[in-house]
Design a binder for this molecule. Structure first.
Ligand code: VGL
Ligand code: ZN
Length: 217
């Protein structure tokens, strides 16, 4: 199996599928518009990659990022926590619930690692590498380095939060990092998508708006 440009195929390439979970899909608690649309493309990409990692947003009930944990606050308001500003979200991806499960059509069998994040009650974690206090590592960079993975392609939900933060941190950790925009969907509230795109570009993240190579075979 070989692609003309060799993309994705080397043993140092990994696809990182961000938070493709029920609560981020239509009908879920924090639904990303058309979030479920990307599942077929993500499955095709996963079949092409030598290594696949899934991330799973995984909050305890009463998580500090939930508006419900702050009396009088509404979802999508922004507050100051001890580690900085934090958007307040509807309760979502609570550990062990159906909303926290992966989309049922996502092919998960090939994934070599499922990286859970956001499990500390008082710290949110958009990024797959570093929690929102910007201090607490998730361990993903060490895992990838130890496995000699150097090039990352990111897809999933949501472009403007967990995908963007993960891409920026992946690049900062020294990985060559590309976001496959056709295999992502955004929350896009209050200009968040435009800001995320600009910040990714400024951080050296490659933005790929094509659909990647055709499926094998
Ligand atoms: C996400 C908001 C809160 C995401 C996770 O996966 O983009 N966004 N938790
Ligand atoms: Zn979350």
């Amino acid at each position: 199996m070989a692609r003309p440009n060799g993309r994705y195929l080397d043993d140092d390439c990994a696809l990182i599928i961000i938070d493709l979970q029920n609560d981020f899909c239509p009908g879920g608690a924090l639904a990303v518009p058309k979030g479920d649309e990307i599942v077929p493309l993500v499955n095709r990409l996963a079949a092409e990659f030598p290594h696949v990692v899934l991330t799973q947003d995984w909050h305890p009930s009463g998580h500090l990022s939930f508006a419900s944990a702050h009396p009088g606050r509404q979802p999508f308001e922004v507050i100051e926590l001890d580690y900085g500003t934090q958007v307040l979200w509807p309760d979502h991806c609570v550990q062990g619930t159906r909303g926290a499960e992966f989309h049922p059509a996502l092919e998960v069998a090939k994934a070599e690692l499922v990286l859970r994040k956001g499990f500390r009650k008082a710290i949110d974690s958009y990024s797959a590498f570093c929690e929102n206090d910007r201090r607490t590592p998730t361990g993903l960079a060490g895992y990838l380095r130890e496995r000699q993975i150097r090039r990352l392609w990111l897809c999933g939900l949501a472009t403007d939060y967990c995908v963007a933060y993960s891409a920026i941190d992946g690049r900062a950790a020294g990985f060559e990092t590309t976001v496959l925009l056709a295999a992502c969907r955004a929350i896009d509230q209050a200009g968040s998508l435009e800001l995320a795109i600009r910040t990714m570009q400024q951080s050296g993240v490659v933005l790929d708006d094509g659909t990647g190579p055709p499926p094998a075979g």
